[in-house]
Ligand binder design. Structure first.
Ligand SMILES: [Zn+2]
Length: 220
């Protein structure tokens, strides 16, 4: 697999990196999302409704893999056990690029997912824990808390499709629940803002630890 996104709950990866995943598919790369929880604590829906919505979103994203792990919604923890389980998934799918939420966020599951994936990427390389797998990059996508991005992906040509993907999550973004009900209009505003920083219509921000190598600064 080329690109694998880890998502604390179904819909987080779509929000933070849906445009990136659509752009990668257009370039012929294989993509997948692994949800760490089923989002069963949601005030607006049952786990079954959320599963049906994420299936619909996965079809639109043309994902090769969509899988849900068994961690409990609301009590996801960065632990030795969670790191080992996520490392197993990385070993199984052998992604070149892994995507995870940024580590600062108001939701504790988002923070735990970020930290767990970061350590799991390292654990996946350890021979004594299993068949080693080295990826090219771990990119962090933005959810609730802004950060200074390392790069902004131009998603102008896949943005409307991303909105369609988000609209699959009717129980979440269609509900009259404070915070949730404004997600879709705000997703448009945010994408337009990040796009404006690199002079395109819509953009998605990403962070890395360390630096991104550029070989040809004249034609990057
Ligand atoms: Zn979430």
């Amino acid at each position: 697999m080329d690109v694998l996104a880890f998502s604390p709950h179904p819909d987080d990866a779509e929000l933070g990196t849906g445009g990136f995943l659509l752009e990668m598919r257009k370039k012929g790369y294989t993509t997948g999302i692994v949800d760490l929880t089923a989002g069963e604590l949601s005030s607006a829906a049952t786990a079954e409704i959320r599963a049906a919505e994420s299936e619909e979103a996965s079809r639109l994203l043309d994902l090769e893999v969509r899988e849900t792990m068994n961690f409990r919604d609301g009590s996801l923890t960065d632990s030795f056990d969670s790191r080992l389980q996520v490392a197993e998934i990385i070993r199984r799918y052998k992604p070149r690029v892994v995507l995870a939420p940024y580590h600062e966020d108001r939701h504790p599951d988002h923070v735990a997912c970020s930290l767990t994936v970061k350590s799991a990427v390292l654990y996946a390389r350890l021979k004594k824990l299993g068949e080693p797998h080295y990826l090219t990059h771990l990119y962090y996508y933005m959810l609730n808390t802004p950060f200074a991005p390392t790069f902004i992906m131009d998603i102008s040509h896949s943005f409307e499709k991303k909105m369609e993907v988000l609209s699959c999550y009717r129980s979440q973004f269609g509900a009259e629940i404070p915070l949730l009900k404004d997600y879709i209009p705000h997703a448009r505003t945010k994408a337009s803002y990040y796009g404006s920083l690199v002079s395109v219509a819509y953009g998605e921000p990403f962070g890395i630890e360390g630096f991104l190598k550029v070989s040809d600064p004249v034609n990057p």
